[in-house]
Write a protein that binds this ligand. Sequence first.
Ligand code: OFO
Length: 175
Amino acid sequence: MINDKVHKLLNEQITNELYSGYLYQAMAAYFEEQDLPGFAVWYTAQAQEEVIHAFKFYNHLIERGARIELGAIEKPPVEWDSPLAAVEAALEHEKKITADINRIYEAADETKDYASRPILDWFVDEQIEEEDNATTNVQKLRMVGDKGNGLYMLDKEMGARPITSPELAAKVPTE
Ligand code: OFO
């Protein structure tokens, strides 16, 4: 039987992960407006990954016979001051998600909810990668600046990230 506190936090994390997807899709749309289609591809792929994260928690609760309670998803921003400001905001967001996962981990430990451990361990590892990727994007964009050939090449590189759904991929312009 799942502990109430952990149950509530896991339910909230479904919504948090869906918000991550919403935020990154909003960033993808912003990058399209900025004529950075490669960045738009990268953040669309990231948005899809976040939906998968939400479903990992969803499926975990279903498997444990625990009720799903989806929360309201906040409206993400429409624009940022610059592409660099957007990728910096993505990094800050990932740090917040790491803190969320750590909070659930602590609650699971406190309440001896050992059945939550494997999925939380997976997310602890995943957050190392998420923060690393977000940091790399910030560093690369700082390095190339906001104009010129460097930015063009970086945008091409970002656009090489595969998109999970071929249907969506067909709709995301890469040129
Ligand atoms: Fe779900 O890892 Fe990013 O937010």
